[in-house]
Design a protein around this ligand. Structure first.
Ligand code: FAD
Length: 312
């Protein structure tokens, strides 16, 4: 029987949307029984949210002060121990999952399947390679536990409406002492999270400076959107690197993506392949971004954005 353990990602007592997408990927394996694992100092609130996801059979919790921060080296031995009763262990392909799941795979002595975008069978999956320009099918030996990260942009969130039981799991895995939490340096923002936002406004090199980027933030605020950027804008120091969208940045799938002063290099487009409506604002009518945009506005962004904002 296929038994899948989905590792929950959460922050400040809230379940990340990427977990609900990972549950959808697990549910694509026919006949699978899906449990969600919540590791935290106090997992109750997150477990209650996970229990509401449709298709979840059971929520397992591990309450431990050591789990207050998501340190891969601390979480992995606990997950590896609990994984023994499962055929699959899935985590989201977010920064959290990309850090954690290779450690889990190593402890279980298997290779990780990365960026799972579709399910062909219980041990056969499709994933993108070469910046999304090619798709390969990866087959895992049938007698091997499958440890995989799930490409969040390829899956919808599992619906609400479940009422899975919550159970405390007992774990006695030895936790490492070589990795300790010292502090978290994260930019505080009230804006939606770039990776899960339904709307994103991104600026590129065409924005010209850190100071000018305020026009991007203003439009984003008007739309209730997260802010992203091209690598050129990040490299030029206009915005921090955690806003970068693309092959070496975040892969996102918002319903609306507005690209402002971005040319549309393949490495940028890789990050927005699964976006819904793409709007491009660029002064060069021959810019490649217009080849993939649903709506294109040719003109100077410093003229068009205030007009757009006023119209909104
Ligand atoms: P440009 O290509 O310089 O385009 C700027 C655009 O702004 C132009 O189209 C111009 O017409 C327009 N413009 C200028 N002024 C105005 C104005 N006033 N009004 C309107 N439009 C204006 N890039 C990413 O974005 N993400 C990645 O993850 C990424 N990973 C990479 C990985 C590798 C291995 C490599 C080699 C490259 C990667 N890149 C990535 C870089 C990528 O190749 C491009 O260099 C980059 O995306 C270009 O950014 P840009 O579109 O902002 O800049």
């Amino acid at each position: 029987m296929t038994k899948i353990l989905v590792v929950a990602e959460h922050h400040d007592g809230k379940l990340n949307a990427a977990t609900a997408k990972t549950v959808s990927a697990a549910a694509a394996i026919s006949g699978a029984s899906i449990d969600v694992l919540v590791l935290a100092a106090d997992p109750a609130a997150v477990a209650a949210q996970a229990a509401q996801l449709a298709g979840v059979a059971k929520v397992l919790t591990v309450a431990n002060a050591a789990n207050a921060q998501a340190l891969a080296q601390v979480l992995a031995p606990q997950i590896a121990q609990l994984a023994r009763g499962y055929t699959h262990v899935f985590g989201p392909s977010t920064t959290f999952g990309k850090d954690l799941m290779p450690c889990v795979a190593a402890l279980l002595g298997v290779n990780q399947v990365s960026d799972l975008m579709s399910v062909e069978g219980s041990h056969s999956f499709k994933r993108p390679i070469y910046a999304g320009n090619a798709i390969i099918t990866v087959d895992v030996p049938a007698d091997q536990i499958v440890v995989a990260t799930v490409r969040a942009a390829s899956w919808p969130e599992a619906a609400q409406g479940g009422s899975a039981p919550v159970e405390a799991a007992s774990v006695d895995a030895a936790l490492p002492t070589h990795t300790r939490f010292i502090g978290l340096a994260a930019g505080a923002t009230d804006r939606p999270d770039l990776q899960s936002a339904k709307r994103v406004v991104s600026g590129g090199r065409g924005v010209g400076s850190e100071e000018n980027f305020k026009v991007i933030f203003q439009l984003a605020d008007k739309l209730g959107a997260a802010v992203g950027a091209s690598r050129a804008a990040v490299d030029a120091g206009y915005v921090p690197s955690d806003l970068q969208v693309g092959q070496t940045g975040k892969i996102i799938a918002p319903e609306l993506y507005v690209a402002v002063g971005i040319s549309g290099a393949i490495q940028h487009l890789t990050g927005i392949k699964d976006a819904g409506t793409i709007v491009a604002i660029n002064k060069d009518p021959d810019s490649p971004i217009f080849e993939i945009a649903d709506i294109g506005l040719v003109g100077d962004l410093f003229t068009l954005l205030p007009e757009l904002e006023a119209a909104l």
